[in-house]
Design a protein around this ligand. Sequence first.
Ligand code: GLC
Ligand code: MG
Length: 714
Amino acid sequence: MTTGTGLYIVLVSIHGLIRGHDLELGRDADTGGQITYVVELARALIAHPDVQKVDVLTRRVIDPKIHHDYGEPFEDVAPGATIVRLPCGPRRYLRKEVLWPYLDSFIDHALQHVRRVGRIPDLIHSHYADAGYVGARLAGLLGIPLIHTGHSLGRVKRKRLIEQGMKRSIIESHYSMNQRIEAEETVLDSAARVIASTRQEVDEQYSLYDNYQPRRMRVIPPGIDLSRFHPPARGEPAPPIRRVLERFLHDPDKPMILALSRPDERKNIATLIKAYAENTALRELANLVLVLGNRDDISGLERGPREVLTDLLLLVDRYDLYGSIAFPKHHDAQDVPDLYRFAAKTHGIFVNPALTEPFGLTLVEASASGLPIIATEDGGPRDIIGYCKNGLLINPLDAQRMGEAILEVLTNRERWRRWSKSGVRGAHQYFSWSSHVRRYLTSVHKVIERSVRTASTFKGRLPTVDRMLVCDIDNTLLGDPAALKELLERVRHVNGNVGFGVASGRRIETLLRALKEWDIPLPYLFISSVGSEIHYGPRIIEDSGWQKHIHYRWKPEALRAAISSLPGIRLQAQESQRKYKISYYINPYSAPSLREIKRHLRKQDLHANVIYSHQRYLDLLPIRASKGLALRYIALKWGIPLERFLVAGDSGNDEEMLSGNTLGVVVGNYSPELERLRGKPRIYFAQGHYAWGVIEGIEHYNFLGEVSIPNEEL
Ligand code: GLC
Ligand code: MG
């Protein structure tokens, strides 16, 4: 079992294609900015001395149409940082909107991964709604804090689609929008911190949610790999792209007004052209350079870019901008930093006139290159200029003012120099990955400390234990205070590899009350209501997978109606009735026998697990539920072999968990219905009563040492 001193952080990002090299960004809508973010975050986190291990959990894809890299179960992206690919539904590639039904199985695979690692992460950080759904459950099951980054939000998207005139029914069928939004609300319920990229995301986007809790939200802008962006060096030779500009411009060394974006109408390049063209002084002083993607033939493009570029050509012609405007047909990745740097060398400016700009990556790149900026007054630019203090905000619809603002910046040389310098400094200080991680860790350290403080006093947690002691409560654990005290001492003093759980007929509320009354520290596992419910400590998180699992063939109304005609059986009080448990008192003398009751139900095509205890209780549970079945579900889910469960009980509802491969202990004060277990393998009938019997059983199996089963090879 590895226990490290540094943090172990698990990032979850499920959809799209994630690998450590040559990201296929833009290959489809799911493989974009989030993928870069997650991979770079993993690298930046592991580079920090406080972090010891980072896993990125994502979906494993095996599909002839997709590179085989995405089918590899493990890939190291840096020493200590690994992409872990887990099965999630069909093997083929699926778009994110259809992954919902498979996320529960992803959760189970994630738990198995934690068990293989042998160490509980300190933190889970989920990305986007699908991972949020997974992260919220995992964090609950593991009892650790959850951090969430939305990347984009369902309520915002739905609003936009409705504004664009899309029908609600289509939004729902294509985008599984309700499911996404429900997952987002759930993750906001459980996340200790939500990380947003901009202030605006918090104020205007998260505020659309029922669970809007701004005090749990932190604005930490994503890191940007700025290694390629730096200001021009003195005497640096002109870059290759200058040759391209020469074909357009009379004097390429005039101050350059640079804009760089996709040829998309929302980027509002036409207004920038007008702002420039209608300002004579500006035309005199500077060149306008527009880098709008790559193209071969405008007439062959899709309608959107075709219209934007056609419009551009018409404006150039109308305003007669020949010789002072450039719009290169082609550029490659290295030309981009060169362009910023060359623009800075001419004492130029970078302009982003987009109609809306939630983030604005290019603005940070330009800043890091020493180029002052002018941008639309919106979330991203507001934050960037706020941090970098290197430019002006403008109204994207006001061409005249835009032209004036550009001229102002270009003509005030002293201020230009100041802005150029503070932009370089600000970009690195606020937008590098190392600064992101510094702020990130400061924020999460507090969350982690708090979660450690509230943890239960029992050390062993399900994902790391190698054996479990599971006790019934009434008449097994409880009954003799001195015995209980002795038992707890023993369990508490062993290492974290022994887990402790309780299994009871009580409902969870009264079960917790009993533990409190008897001063029993909270265990990590609670099987309650005769096995129909499972919860995990310390925060009493319900295992919703179990509820789904046992729902099968459960018809409570019909069962109740069928039993009501039988003599000698009456319902227990309302509070003993649960969603998956119907409980009766039974008079064994006047009621039909158990076998008759079962036949009576089956004849009506009704199915239930019928459990008889203490010669006075009768419980009906779904056929998939009982204490014993709950225990087997837990063994499977958490990867603990059944022969590593020591189970102690005293009455009929314990029978199933005592039987089979588990190490059974029947305490001395057992009730007669357990007599039939006598002589069965792996059932130890203790002499001692109550917890003394449990202690005797622990010794019988040498459970806290090298587990062994007398008369049997393990
Ligand atoms: C507990 C429950 C009761 C159940 C009995 C036997 O006493 O409160 O509802 O019938 O256990 O399982
Ligand atoms: Mg009992």
